[in-house]
Write a protein that binds this ligand. Structure first.
Ligand code: DGL
Length: 271
C-alpha cells in the first residue's frame, strides 16, 4: 500500500439520497477523509428490485468508484449490502464495508435479551441478511423479527417526516414489533433515521433505536486504521457528490440528509 492511498477518497454509494445519512456520519467520525458519494438517482429505489438487478447496479458503481482511485468503498444502502456485499468484496481489490454487520453488532450490544426488531425495505427484509448477521454476532440465542416498511422511503423523499399520514403508517407497520415487545429496533434503511422521532414515539420508552450509519463510520475507521489508510489528521478534505439522474434535484434535497449543503452535484450515467 503506497502513501497515496491515505490521501485517496472513501467511495460511498447508495441508491439515491438516503445514503447521505451515512456520509454525514463518516464526515463526523472521520473529518479528515475525503468522500466520493454516488447516488443512483436514475434507478432508485433498490428496495423492490430483484437481488440480481441490485447486484448488477452495485458492481457497476463499485467499478466506477475504483476508476476514481478510492481507497475503500462503503455500501451505504442496506438493500445493496443485503444483496451485493459478498460479490463486491470478492470482485473489488479494496476493502468494501456494508451497513448491515455494524448495525447487527450495535443491536446485539443494545438488547437485553431480545427480541430485536429490524425494519427495512422489502428486499432487505426478504434477504434475511440482518437476521443472519445478528445471529452470527450474538453468542446467545436471540429472536429477531424483521418487518418491511416500503412506504417509509417515499414519505421521507416527500419530506413528510412529521406528517400525520406518516404517523398512521408507522403505527400500522410497527404494531407487530410493539406486540412482541422488542427492546431494540434496527433502522435498517438509509431513510429511516429521518423518521427517528415518529418511530420512537410509536415504539415507546425503553426501546433502543439503532442507526447503522454511526456504527458503520466506526467500522470504517477501524478498517482504515488497520490497513494504514487513514488520512493524516491535518488533511483538509474535499468531497464529490455524483448523481446518475437529476443532479439539480439531488443538490436541492441532499442537504436534508447530509445536514449541510452538498455544494455541487456532478452527473454520471452508469452503464
Ligand atoms: N437505500 C435503500 C436502503 O437503505 C432505501 C431506498 C431504496 O429502496 O433504494 O435500503
Amino acid at each position: 500500500m503506497g502513501a497515496n492511498e491515505s490521501v485517496a477518497a472513501i467511495g460511498v454509494f447508495d441508491s439515491g439520497l438516503g445514503g447521505l445519512t451515512v456520509a454525514r456520519a463518516l464526515m463526523q467520525r472521520l473529518p479528515a477523509e475525503s468522500l466520493i458519494y454516488v447516488g443512483d438517482s436514475a434507478r432508485v429505489p433498490y428496495g423492490p428490485k430483484s437481488p440480481d438487478t441490485v447486484r448488477r447496479y452495485a458492481l457497476q458503481i463499485g467499478q466506477w468508484l475504483l476508476d476514481q482511485q478510492v481507497k475503500c468503498i462503503v455500501v451505504a444502502c442496506n438493500t445493496a449490502t443485503a444483496h451485493a456485499l459478498p460479490l463486491l468484496q470478492a470482485e473489488l481489490p479494496v476493502p468494501v464495508i456494508g451497513v448491515i454487520q455494524p448495525g447487527a453488532r450495535a443491536a446485539v450490544r443494545a438488547t437485553t435479551n431480545g427480541p430485536i426488531g429490524v425494519i427495512g425495505t422489502a428486499g432487505t427484509v426478504a434477504s434475511g441478511a440482518y437476521t443472519q448477521a445478528i445471529h452470527d454476532v450474538a453468542n446467545r440465542p436471540l429472536d429477531v423479527h424483521a418487518v418491511a416498511c416500503p412506504l417509509f422511503v417515499p414519505l421521507v423523499e416527500e419530506g413528510w417526516t412529521e406528517h400525520p399520514a406518516t404517523r398512521l403508517i408507522a403505527h400500522q407497520y410497527l404494531q407487530p414489533l410493539r406486540q412482541l415487545q422488542v427492546d431494540a429496533v434496527v433502522l435498517g434503511c438509509t431513510h429511516y433515521p429521518l423518521l427517528r422521532d415518529v418511530i420512537a414515539a410509536e415504539m415507546g420508552d425503553g426501546v433502543t433505536l439503532i442507526d447503522s450509519a454511526a456504527e458503520t463510520a466506526v467500522e470504517v475507521a477501524t478498517v482504515l486504521t488497520a490497513t494504514n489508510r487513514l488520512a493524516a489528521p491535518e488533511t483538509v478534505p474535499s468531497h464529490r457528490f455524483v448523481a446518475s439522474d437529476a443532479p439539480k434535484h439531488f443538490l436541492e434535497l441532499g442537504s436534508r440528509f447530509l445536514g449541510q449543503s452538498l455544494g455541487n452535484v456532478e452527473h454520471h450515467v452508469f452503464t
